[in-house]
Ligand binder design. Structure first.
Ligand code: ADP
Ligand code: ZN
Length: 642
């Protein structure tokens, strides 16, 4: 790479320094003007000297200029005096502009005036005292311009900075600020996504398939008088494939695809968002049929007028209004379809969902086991895998993973295998990749004392023991005491993917979560701060049981949950003080009961708990088989299908 600053083709760049130069020149110029017009060719004296001269009757006239400066004109006789000789004006045109013999500045006009008048009065002088405001026209003019010059200077400077920041385009990015930042994928870009690349998501795919059809054969629908929908909203957690789906639509329909994120509209300058929306739609119409994809639309689409204390949301509202206007504005035959993605459909402005705008909502869920397997298959395509790799197993090991997580696991596994110099990626690499993605990097050199390590081992063994023994607790996958990220150890379960949860399931899970602290109590008779995240989880769950799911007898079959998210309670609670107390009591009751249950379970099985903890201390990572060796087969057979 050679430096390109000698490249003669490069446009000469406007150097920010010239602005400084201009400003400084103006300053200097002003000083000169001031000096020149003021005629300060005369000598300066101190006020007290002046009073002396005045006292001696040498002064013919005093001019007070701009209440700041005094100009002293001597009498004809005085000029001839030895002391004043040096100041004899050598004007070429003495008659026209007699210049003062002396000038000086004084502090306070009132005091000074008084002194002069006193001297004149006491000496019976004929000295004239005059007041004058001298208009320094040029100077004033320039002074009034100065702020503008400075502002313009700063603007040009910022502009230069911005454009050089973005790769040095000499055009200046500031002129493009109202232009949309959408990335365009069309025939020319070779990123081709098709439905083949989207695994699972059958329902969603079916719905967007229709959109492809609208774009390809609009007449088929319009000929019967139907209107083509203008937009669809993809709702789902991050990484579930919403962008991918939108790209696939564009790929299948073979139309240009404008992709940008909601936050791209928002800028610190007022009015920019709206103008970007306008520009985006203009571009899309020019290329129609086309698709606009706005990711994270909640950045602009949040309900208007809510929690707007400062009025600072105006810019966002303008942007949203512009978006609504644009969507209403284009006719049915424009053939531009807007897809938008969000994981917070509940906070969106209702106006966005009205007919003629995003009138379709497509839900994109986290994948289940079967879908995870399909996603693995997609992302394993480019990877050299070992023959024995069991994709079913991988899918089972990754509950709660999104498509993006799975893509990440596959990539990470390949990197790990490469690091170990393997020819193909095998099961262990995938397991390591999963660990790494769930828990963060292993911290092999984290300093842990042997005592701490023992405490962690017993804590995790406590979780494992309880979850093994309770029917509804999730079956264990693995326990580790290798520190990772923030945690010192972890027990992982295979949560059942269930849609309805019964109270006994929740209670069993809470009991298992409290098993860590219970084990510390049973074995060491001490508890520690190591149970923080367990307690947090348990407390949340207990509160949800009581106040959301109506599962507490004492509080009853009611919920304080508002699915519309419209009610903002703020500092007031939707229940009375008595109910608040009841709720608190119920929550603490539920938790204490489960804690006691965990303690008694572990006390009854202290020997097995100890055995497990010792194995864990020795091996650091244990799996289901190790538990089976100690506890025997888990009696609740339904999860034994592996
Ligand atoms: P979102 O927009 O929902 O946040 P993305 O569409 O950006 O998620 O997904 C990120 C990546 O995750 C995709 O590029 C793809 O590699 C992978 N991915 C997500 N869902 C799927 C899926 N259903 N099938 C295949 N890959 C997926
Ligand atoms: Zn724990």
């Amino acid at each position: 790479m050679s430096k390109d600053n000698k490249n003669p083709n490069k446009k000469p760049k406007l150097n920010p320094y010239w602005i400084y130069g201009v400003v400084i020149t103006i300053f200097l110029g002003m000083q000169l003007f001031y000096g020149g017009f003021g005629g300060q060719s005369s000598a300066t004296i101190t006020p007290s000297k002046f009073l002396d001269y005045l006292d001696q009757g040498d002064v013919a006239k005093v001019e007070i200029v701009n209440k700041r400066e005094a100009k002293v004109y001597l009498t004809k006789e005085a000029v001839e005096k030895e002391v004043h000789k040096a100041t004899k004006p050598n004007n070429i045109l003495p008659a026209m502009t007699p210049s003062p013999n002396y000038t000086f500045e004084f502090g306070d006009l009132q005091n000074f005036e008084k002194e002069i008048n006193d001297t004149i009065a006491s000496n019976n002088l004929t000295t004239e005292l005059k007041y004058k405001t001298e208009e320094n026209l040029w100077g004033n003019f320039l002074i009034s311009l100065l702020p503008f010059i400075l502002i313009i200077g700063v603007w040009i400077f910022i502009m230069r900075r911005m454009s050089s920041g973005s790769g040095g385009g000499a055009g200046g990015q500031i002129f493009n600020i109202g232009k949309s930042k959408a990335r365009l994928f069309d025939e020319k870009t070779d990123i081709k996504t098709s439905f083949r690349d989207v695994a699972g998501l059958e329902g969603a795919k079916e719905e967007v398939q229709e959109i492809v059809d609208f774009l390809k054969n609009p007449e088929k629908y319009t000929s019967l008088g139907g209107k083509i929908p203008k937009g669809a909203l993809l709702v789902g957690q991050p990484g579930t494939g919403k962008t991918l789906l939108a790209k696939a639509v564009a790929g299948e329909a073979q139309v240009p695809f404008f992709s940008l994120s909601g936050s791209d509209f928002v800028e610190m300058f007022v009015g920019v968002g709206a103008s970007r929306v306008r520009d985006l739609f203009k571009q899309a119409k020019e290329k129609s049929p086309s698709i606009i994809f706005i990711d994270e639309i909640d950045a602009i689409g949040r309900a208007r007028g809510k929690s707007n204390f400062s009025g600072s949301n105006d810019e966002r509202e303008n942007t949203l209004n512009q978006l609504l206007t644009e969507m209403d504005g284009f006719g049915t035959n424009t053939n531009v379809i807007v897809l938008a993605a969000t994981n917070r459909a509940d906070v969106l402005d209702k106006a966005l969902m009205r007919a003629g705008r995003f009138d379709r909502q497509i839900f994109v869920d986290l994948p289940d086991v079967r879908e995870r397997k399909e996603i693995f298959e997609v992302h394993l395509r480019p990877i050299k895998q070992s023959e024995t790799l069991d994709i079913d197993f991988l899918a089972k090991q990754t509950p709660g993973f999104s498509g993006a997580d799975i893509a990440n696991v596959c990539n990470e596994a390949a990197l790990i295998a490469a690091r170990h110099g393997k020819k193909a990626v095998d099961k262990q690499d995938f397991l390591d990749a999963v660990d790494r993605i769930v828990g963060g990097l292993e911290k092999k050199n984290k300093i842990i004392t042997p005592d701490e390590k023992r405490a962690v081992a017993y804590h995790e063994a406590g979780h494992a023991t309880i979850s093994w023994m309770l029917e509804h607790a999730a079956p264990l996958v693995k326990v580790t005491i290798v520190p990772r990220g923030q945690s010192l150890g972890a027990a992982w379960y295979l949560p059942e993917e269930r849609l309805i949860v019964r109270p006994e399931q929740m209670l069993d899970e809470m009991c298992a979560a409290l098993g860590g602290r219970a084990a510390e109590k049973v074995i060491f008779d001490k508890i520690s701060t190591g149970a923080l995240s367990d307690l947090e989880k348990v407390t949340k769950q207990a509160r949800a049981m009581v106040t959301i799911y109506g599962l507490s007898d004492k509080v009853g079959n009611l919920t304080y949950y508002d699915s519309s998210g419209q009610t903002e309670y703020g500092f007031t609670k939707p229940y009375s003080e008595q109910t608040a107390e009841l709720i608190d009591n119920e929550i603490s009751n539920i938790i204490e009961t489960q804690y006691k249950r965990a303690i008694s379970l572990l006390e009854d099985n202290k020997d097995k708990l100890t055995q497990l903890a010792e194995v864990l201390l020795e091996k650091e990572v244990i799996f289901k088989d190790n538990l089976e060796k100690i506890f025997g087969k888990r009696p609740f057979a339904k999860d034994e299908e592996e």
